[in-house]
Design a protein around this ligand. Sequence first.
Ligand SMILES: Cc1cc2nc3c(=O)[nH]c(=O)nc-3n(C[C@H](O)[C@H](O)[C@H](O)COP(=O)(O)O)c2cc1C
Length: 154
Amino acid sequence: MKTVCLYYSRTGRTRSVMERMAKMLDADLFEYTDGKDRSGVKGYISSCLDSYGKLPAVEVIGGEPEWDKYDRVIVAMPVWAESTCVVGKAFLKQYSSKFRGDLYLVVTHMSRADYGIPIAKAYAYSAVRPKGYLSLQTKNHDCGVEIRDFVKKL
Ligand SMILES: Cc1cc2nc3c(=O)[nH]c(=O)nc-3n(C[C@H](O)[C@H](O)[C@H](O)COP(=O)(O)O)c2cc1C
């Protein structure tokens, strides 16, 4: 099974989760972005506002993976405003028809809630129905156990 992991990360939490997961799976790792500077308080506010606007155009940094090489795709994104972030939704909308094999979502958030319902809503943006998801609290929390459990069950 060859896996590709793709993530968007504003402040590095989703990146750190996916670096760990990719290492455990011996997967290739890519970052996607809408290219917008979302740093600091200004970036936080614009990200909140963008959550209610139209989806941005996104791209994979360094170029798209060769999708045919992978029989598993794991797409990760943070939660913004009680929903999966617009950059993640846009990524699914733009690229998911190219995925080959099984799709899984990883969604990171600050609160302890399980974001199963917002994640299920993100399925509407995907041409392929995800086989599963990981909803991961990142604040003051080492996610190692959850990441390992998720990987074991794949
Ligand atoms: C604009 C914005 C809105 C957010 N809304 C929520 C939210 O509704 N619920 C929550 O638990 N976390 C929320 N967060 C926190 C992030 O989801 C969380 O810190 C995430 O792990 C950050 O990932 P990143 O560092 O990869 O960007 C929000 C963060 C931002 C920037």
